[in-house]
Design a protein around this ligand. Structure first.
Ligand SMILES: [Ca+2]
Length: 295
């Protein structure tokens, strides 16, 4: 199954030069990209990750902030969770925008945020890395290690003032995904849907998601295997929350376990199948374990 989808992704890359209609068949073989959206493209540039994108690869416009510190983001819908985010890429064009500016070697930051902020906006910071505009067109940044179990944001923070700053390409070809958001943090404004759609910010998602089923020594056990009426979780008392997501990445259970080292969950109403348990510390760090319910 994995091999099949990788082949599909490579074919998609070859089609990126223009035959957009055929990209739909590519999205069908890649579950993460199964958005009912014909422009949603995917491609593989290495054996280790695939590109999750809402743009058609060609910029009709660009945007950039006047002030460093401000942010642009694309929200990615996670259809098959969870996923490991390895990095991001952003289309910066060929140096024609911002007019009068110089974009090469300008600093920016790539961050992955969970969608747990107010109104589903970016909330918890999952990982972040700083980089420079090393080249024209697509600038790829790896070194991110974020594990997501629901929709997430890739945020580009501008770290230099315009016009000498990173621009973000805008794909104005319809239909639009309208998944692009902006935040003028220097003016203390909240996240809002951007007037610029669709920003050419892509997520790099691992193709070999390593869900650790049992890691000796981390003190987490989930029993029995499979769980029937009840699942019993044991874990170090350092965790604040235990949450459970179904195989679609939807959170179906969260419990504050401060000071506890075990938890029993009634699973009699759970459909048989794969689930993910997240053990989250007060600092926001999570361990995720795959487990199974069978009746
Ligand atoms: Ca376009």
């Amino acid at each position: 199954m994995k091999v099949k989808s990788i082949f599909g992704l490579i074919i998609c890359m070859q089609l990126l030069s223009g035959v957009h209609a055929q990209l739909i068949s590519c999205t069908a073989v890649q579950d993460l990209n199964s958005v009912p959206f014909s422009k949603n493209t995917c491609g593989a540039t290495s054996d280790n990750y695939m590109i999750y994108s809402y743009d058609d690869g060609m910029a009709e416009n660009y945007c950039a902030w006047q002030q460093a510190g401000n942010m642009n983001a694309v929200k990615f819908i996670l259809h098959e969770g969870p996923a490991a985010i390895e990095g991001a890429r952003v289309y910066v064009g060929t140096g024609t925008f911002p007019v009068g500016g110089s974009i090469l070697n300008q600093p920016f930051r790539v961050s992955v945020y969970a969608n747990d902020g107010e109104n589903g906006m970016p909330g918890s910071l999952l990982d972040s890395i700083s980089s420079l505009v090393t080249n024209y067109e697509w600038v790829t940044v790896t070194g991110i290690h974020a594990f997501v179990i629901s929709d997430f944001y890739i945020v580009i923070t501008q770290l230099s003032n315009g016009p000498d700053c990173i621009p973000t390409g805008v794909d104005e070809t319809g239909p639009k995904a309208n998944q692009s958001y902006s935040r003028n943090i220097m003016a203390n404004q909240p996240w809002a849907l951007s007037p610029y759609q669709d920003m050419m910010i892509n997520a790099l998602i691992s193709t070999n998601v390593g869900i650790v089923e049992q890691t000796p020594g981390d003190g987490i056990t989930i029993s029995p295997v499979p769980a029937d009426e009840t699942a019993h979780f044991e874990f170090p008392s350092l965790f604040k929350y235990v949450s459970i997501a179904n195989s679609c990445g939807q959170n179906i259970f969260t419990r504050d376990v401060s000071g506890q080292s075990s938890l029993s969950v009634n699973t009699s109403n759970y459909q048989a199948g794969i689930y993910f348990a997240s053990f989250t510390s007060s600092g926001g760090e999570s361990l995720v374990r795959k487990w199974v319910v069978g009746h």
